[in-house]
Ligand binder design. Structure first.
Ligand code: SAM
Length: 360
């Protein structure tokens, strides 16, 4: 790669506008449509991002929650050399890879964010965590890091982690932990009013705005009256960013909005959704932390910059599918991180928590 210059990376003025709801047609239209503006730029579209496709399940009648489900064949697809959730399945919109590299990243990220907050949750559940009949659920648990740590620290409650992709450990885990493969957007396999505390973290690249509404409603359904719902998210928004970073973020925001109806600034959206749910208490709690990018922020800043770079680059295969040039994507990430370091950039992470009303 030549000398990195912020001028060497250009962005599409307007990404292709594939149908938000037709999944296969979205990929086909991406592959075939190129505007004249794009063809004149350094921005190259890929025509074959599905280089390798897992075979279809033997029976399309197979239930999503079927214990006989052959997950590797129907949950995953390969985009280049990265394993992804198959976004052609109904209600699966997750754009990050789900492979060992990504599990390692999410695992390390868990410990960094715990350090930033000084703990694993903000809801007032300390008393509940001492009790044997307390039930706790983690939605989109990923590697299971949060569940495993919480269950080790609080040995009385029963912890359940669900994820559409079974990335969690199946054998070596504390006795008070159960993991289950489930898609929250298809409905959770639990009765109403089952859990005392439901936790959701980093689903920003898994949910459209409508998905957020459906997921939160479903989470509230399975929460007991008097129980707590907590959501931790970060915005893809950088404080002290310069024009290059802003242009890069804007291009990503537009591409995600067009292709997936995903929003990258969630901190105003999540409390609005929580407030709209009638059986949640109207007191929506919020707390936030700032996290620095780069050396100016000491050891934390350096670790955050490196983890953020890793995370952004892990979006490469998806970004290629919606029109970004792969090499330019890596270069763009590096330039953004360098500029954020130089400008003392930081971002904010948010926690929202609310109680389910005792009376409907
Ligand atoms: C960025 S990871 C976050 C993992 C974990 N919550 C954490 O903070 O460490 C997002 C996770 O959500 C899962 N996921 C995506 N869409 C989902 C859905 N509709 N239902 C359940 N899990 C989903 C993905 O498989 C992935 O493991």
């Amino acid at each position: 790669m030549g000398k990195v210059s912020s001028k060497s990376v250009r962005y599409p003025a307007s990404p292709t506008s594939p149908s938000k709801h037709s999944k296969r047609s979205r990929q086909k239209s991406n592959a075939s449509s190129t505007t004249s503006q794009e063809s004149n730029s350094s921005f190259n579209r890929s025509n074959n991002h599905h280089q390798q496709q897992c075979p279809s399940p033997a029976s399309s009648q197979e239930s999503f929650f079927s214990p006989c489900r052959s997950t590797d064949f129907d949950i995953y697809e390969y985009i280049g050399d990265r394993k992804h959730c198959n976004n052609d399945l109904d209600d699966v919109n997750y754009i990050y890879p789900v492979d060992d590299d990504e599990i390692d990243r999410v695992q390390m990220q868990h410990f960094m964010y715990k350090h930033v907050w000084g703990g694993n949750f903000s809801s007032p559940v300390q008393d509940l965590l001492q009790k044997e009949d307390t039930k706790i659920l983690d939605i989109g648990c990923g590697s299971g890091a949060w569940v495993l740590e919480m269950a080790t620290e609080y040995q009385n409650p029963q912890f359940t982690g669900i994820d559409v992709a079974p990335l969690y450990p199946t054998e070596i885990k504390p006795e008070n932990v159960t993991f289950q493969q489930a898609n929250v957007l298809l409905g959770l396999p639990f009765e109403d009013n089952t859990f005392d505390f439901v936790y959701i973290r980093f689903m920003i690249f898994a949910f459209s705005v409508e998905d957020w509404e459906r997921a939160i409603k479903e989470v509230v359904r399975v929460t007991k009256p008097g129980g707590w719902v907590e959501i931790m998210e970060k915005d893809l928004y950088w404080c002290n960013e310069g024009p290059f970073c802003k242009a890069a973020r804007t291009a990503v925001a537009e591409a995600l909005r067009e292709s997936k109806n995903m929003e990258i600034i969630l901190s105003p959206i999540i409390p609005n959704i929580l407030s709209s749910i009638s059986n949640l208490d109207s007191n929506i709690n919020h707390d936030e932390r700032s996290v620095p990018f780069g050396e100016w922020g000491g050891k934390l800043g350096t670790i955050y910059r490196d983890l953020y770079t890793w995370g952004a680059k892990n979006l490469k295969t998806f970004m290629k599918g919606i029109g970004f040039n792969e090499d330019e994507w890596d270069e763009t990430v590096d330039i953004c991180m360098k500029q954020l370091n130089d400008r003392k950039g930081f971002d904010k992470i948010h926690r929202f928590w609310a109680m389910k009303k005792l009376e409907p």
